[in-house]
Write a protein that binds this ligand. Structure first.
Ligand code: ADP
Ligand code: ZN
Length: 715
């Protein structure tokens, strides 16, 4: 009896498929998930569209052990996996691993959510019952967020018999496109109409939705989601991981009358599994997720929204190195879906695409409800420096005093965790460095330790200098948020303050509690890192002080100016979102820098045009193509040798190879790193050139080569 062969792609770093046999006649469709032997183990794999390679004789092949009884991975997802692998030059199996994890495949357990038990109750409890009436069997986090109470109250109410857990079979929790639509302003309505038309067309399109913070971009793109729901197609909203919040989830739940399906790294394994199956069998109508949600097995994806599309956090820097914004556009094209890129400060990439007519462009110019944009001013630190050893200049202290006196809320922004970014020996000048990285150790007083922000190396602060043996000679240099909090505590001992940074506020529950406290005005001064720049809505916030507006401009990064302008604009946008006018003070030693001038005048489009004029002549992105080749080894000599070998064999046509040079972090996690940059004009695809080059270059086996197509981090 002859056997049938199938080509199976495994979720491991192989580019090629493996042949397996099946009893004759029994040919599973491409996408079918199978269980197969690999060495001594049983693993899962996917029947791929590739033809079996047939070089191995039948009798040496192993048979497929079992066909897994869940829907096959859809063709659009398989095409997407092939496309991403080809573009990023990652092995196909490694990309498949982003879409298929064995622990997702078991049947999901039944799920439970809360329903109200009939009984009399108190005001806070009533708020929970009111919220429950608008939501369909919400889970604890959603219900707590919607009612503005803590999760412990939900549990207490359950203990008291006021809430009962009920099974949530997915079919019951239907989202309703018309559950709670807002009344749109004329400007918003025009934008929504264009987006809706894009979805109705059931064809691929990309729209850049640009609008100042608070202009209603979210409300407007929800209309596109509603349209996809009406067509019974699925929708996906991508957010940078850090911006995924209970506040945002509750907002979508309120708009559509039921919870969206969540996808991010903080979900429990059981919920991940349940949500994956909901997407695979089509019951999940709206997914709210981080970048990895692009690899979910959507059955029929009609709309993809990339919110905060300019965010660098969309770039995955480990494993398969991809940019989720760019891959979202590809996913939309393969699915005949509408793609919406939303931002108050679009990336130069998207702006140029819009200008060239490749993307549609919609602009929302006004803040909703007549709220005005905050007044942004620079505070020249050369003219009015802070006191010695302090970091807040007198005019900022004055503004904080006035705001406190007027009962308003203030925020101080500094994108630096910890107490001080550098610790130095007063006696000999020795700096405390990370043993594994080219980086200083950052003092964290909250953890009484020194920490490397790149590899996580931690040590106790030494009392004796390892270089000159002086005792108690270390002094902190420069501020982190903890040090600013200390200065605030000294200046304003009665002000209620909170530090928001990822090492202080570590869980979604803590984040939700902090946001609730701020919204309820239980806090006077918020001190935080980029964690506070995100799309929170703080109605009483009137003053924003940027402690070091020059910070993001340091370093040789191609996008330093662009990124700094985006981040500071976003921080500034937190101020004056309700009826109170906002004020923003940027502390700077370079108040004439184009970034500061653009922020103060609000002319970000002019700033982008100036950036474009700088990048275009040299074919720098987005006007040309760029790739980074990072060669690394545990041994510095080997890294040099491998980088030199690549330089010797570098192709001469069409592209320019820069380097090798030590990567800006010449040592990272103990590996020595050298970088070559490859630049070419837009019309030239770099991947075939790189493939050919690497294939004909002999490299030491202990050297590793990582390729980063469209690099955005130059670390
Ligand atoms: P963006 O996403 O552009 O920052 P949002 O969609 O978050 O703006 O809107 C800012 C605030 O204004 C939110 O609280 C939102 O609910 C409110 N808002 C915007 N448009 C409307 C509208 N048409 N009706 C009611 N509220 C609105
Ligand atoms: Zn380190």
């Amino acid at each position: 009896m002859t056997a049938t062969r199938v080509a199976v792609l495994l979720p491991y770093p192989f580019d090629h498929t493996f042949d397996y046999t099946l009893p004759a006649g029994d040919i599973p469709a491409p996408g079918t998930i199978v269980s197969i032997p690999l060495g001594k183990r049983m693993v899962h794999g996917v029947v791929w569209d590739t033809r079996p390679d047939a070089t191995v004789p039948d009798h040496r092949l192993k048979p497929v052990a079992a066909i897994i009884d869940i829907p096959p991975l859809p063709a659009t997802l398989r095409q997407f996996i092939d496309w991403v692998a080809n573009y990023t030059m990652a092995p196909r199996g490694e990309v498949l691993a982003l879409a298929l994890k064995s622990n997702l495949l078991d049947r999901p357990p039944d799920r439970f959510g809360w329903v109200a038990a009939p009984a009399p109750t108190t005001a806070r409890r009533q708020a929970v019952l009111n919220a429950i009436a608008t939501l369909d069997r919400p889970d604890t986090a959603t219900l707590a967020a919607a009612a503005g109470v803590s999760p412990s109250l939900i549990r207490a109410m359950a203990d008291a018999g006021l809430l009962i857990p009920a099974r949530r079979d997915a079919a019951a929790a239907r989202l309703d496109p018309d559950a709670a639509p807002p009344t749109l302003s004329p400007e918003q309505a025009r934008a929504a109409e264009i987006l809706r038309a894009g979805i109705t067309a059931k064809a691929f399109s990309v729209t850049l939705l640009e609008g100042v913070t608070g202009s209603g971009k979210t409300e407007v793109y929800c209309e596109a989601i509603a349209e996809a729901l009406r067509q019974h197609r699925q929708a996906l909203v991508l957010l940078p991981e850090i911006a995924l919040s209970a506040q945002f989830t509750a907002r979508l739940a309120a708009r559509f009358g039921a919870m969206p399906t969540l996808w991010h790294s903080n979900l429990t394994p059981a919920i991940r599994r349940a949500n994956w199956h909901d997407v695979a069998n089509g019951t999940a109508q709206l997914v709210l997720g981080a970048r990895s949600a692009l690899f979910l097995p959507f059955t029929d994806l009609g709309a993809i929204i990339v919110d905060e599309e300019h965010e660098a956090a969309y770039k995955q820097e480990d494993g398969v190195i991809y940019h989720a914004r760019d891959m979202a556009v590809v996913r939309a094209r393969l699915s005949q879906a509408g793609c919406i890129l939303a931002s108050a400060t679009p990336s130069l990439e998207s702006s140029i695409n819009a200008e060239a007519g490749r993307y549609r462009h919609i602009i929302l110019a006004a803040r909703h409800g007549g709220a005005t944009m905050p007044r942004i001013e620079t505070l020249d630190l050369r003219a009015t420096p802070p006191a010695r050893g302090k970091f807040l200049a007198p005019p900022l202290i004055e503004a904080l005093t006035t705001t406190l006196a007027g009962g308003g809320q203030s925020m101080l922004f500094l994108n630096r965790r910890g107490y001080a970014p550098l610790t130095l020996c007063r006696a000999c000048g020795h700096r405390l460095n990370c043993p594994n990285c080219t980086a200083w150790l950052v003092e964290h007083r909250s953890h009484t330790s020194l920490l490397c922000h790149h590899c996580g190396h931690t040590e106790r602060a030494p009392t004796i200098c390892p270089s000159c043996q002086a005792e108690h000679s270390f002094v902190p240099i420069g501020p982190g948020v903890e040090r600013i909090a200390e200065e605030v505590a000294e200046r304003f001992p009665d002000a209620r303050r909170i530090v928001m940074a990822s090492d202080v506020i570590t869980s979604p529950e803590q984040t939700a509690a902090a946001i609730r406290a701020i919204v309820a005005h239980e806090i006077d001064i918020i001190i935080g890192t980029q964690m506070i720049a995100k799309a929170w809505h703080f109605p009483d916030l009137v003053l924003v002080g940027v402690v070091d507006a020059d910070l993001g401009l340091a370093g040789g990064d191609l996008r330093a100016g662009e990124r700094s302008a985006q981040l500071l604009h976003q921080v500034a946008g937190r101020a004056g979102r309700a009826s109170l006018p906002g004020r923003v003070l940027l502390q700077s030693y370079t108040p004439d820098h184009p970034v500061m001038r653009a922020l103060c005048s609000g002319d970000l489009a002019g700033f982008r045009a100036a950036e474009a004029a700088i990048r275009e002549p040299g074919h720098w992105p987005p006007f040309g193509r760029l790739a980074a080749i990072i060669v690394s080894a545990m041994d510095a000599g080997l890294a040099d040798q491998a980088a030199a070998a690549l330089a010797r064999t570098a192709p001469q046509r069409d592209i320019i190879v820069l380097g090798p040079a030590p990567a800006p972090f010449a040592m990272l996690r103990g590996r020595h790193r050298r970088r070559l940059l490859v630049r070419g004009p837009r019309r030239v695809a770099l991947q075939p050139i790189l493939r050919d080059w690497l294939a004909r270059t002999e490299l030491p086996r202990a050297a590793r080569v990582d390729i980063d197509i469209d690099p955005i981090s130059f670390l």
